[in-house]
Design a protein around this ligand. Sequence first.
Ligand code: TXA
Ligand code: MG
Length: 328
Amino acid sequence: MDTILGGAEIIPECARLIQSGEVVGFPTETVYGLGADALNEEAVKKIYVAKGRPSDNPLIVHVPNVEEARKAAVVTPLAEKLFSVFSPGPITLVLPKKDCIPYTVTAGLDTVGIRIPSHPIAREFLTACKTPIAAPSANLSKRVSPTTAEAVFDDMNGRVPAIIDGGPCSVGIESTVLSLVGDPTILRPGGITEEMLRPYLPTVKLFSGKVKIAPAPGMKYKHYAPIVPCILFGSVRGAEKEYLERTKKGEKAVILSRKKNVPYWEEKGFLYMNAGETGEEFASNIFRLLRYCEKLFDVILVEKPGLGGIENSLMDRLSKSCGGKEVE
Ligand code: TXA
Ligand code: MG
């Protein structure tokens, strides 16, 4: 299969592909998605095939507005309120599903994750499709989520008929998945932080614990992993030691550093990349840098995120990328 890659001009063609049951890569403000008509089970199955994804991992349904959300899920007054504050934007609400959403999308659950993305091309695409779009991140299963169209092309060339290029994703990590079925629970921290939710949900908590059918299978599968080892470091001293040991063994190492430590690495003459100053910048750069570095280096040393806000979401992703490997 030839994969076409183009900008907003291919949206009408991509909408036709969706309506004929095909899968299309498209940008959102968080990460790129791999979309199919959520009402067409055969089309949805093609997503799992293209990704090589286990089918017990539910997909998020993307819609252009709350009116369309109401067709796919029971939008409670609380959900209505949260959509009005945080959407369009990087949040997914888990709600009771309506009958039109097949269990192939929800992996057998009676709930569905609904997201209204803010990226202008995502919105134009969703409107043109005239149907809700089921979409996971557009990476091969277990790989680092794609935040550029080139990254989607790397994983999906020949596996899907089209990819829409909307430039680099601004948020850079996936949406916050918030369950409103039962006590409000953050199943996956993301672009909207716990602190931002708290004024509306004073009792909101972060999911912890084990489940058989994963409420957010990010917890169950190895995820976000570069093809080379990736190690978190808590201090420049720890990173320096690891870098020198690796280099001595003949490995090519690189440091993903926060801006404030850049002068340190500059002075040492170590190979580094500036991952940004704020947590928001770090989030927006991290997956692109991991994908870039895995092609050039044998080991990636990543500065450990701080605490609170988006730093917690970064920590969630990076502890998975690093498979728990950490130095002082
Ligand atoms: O930012 C995002 O959310 C991106 C873009 C493309 O929208 N999508 C994304 O999809 O990250 P994916 O499939 O990689 O991650 C979806 C997460 C999974 O952890 C899944 O378990 C959870 O959302 N999820 C989806 N539906 C659910 C449901 N009904 N109940 C609980 N968790 C659900
Ligand atoms: Mg994913």
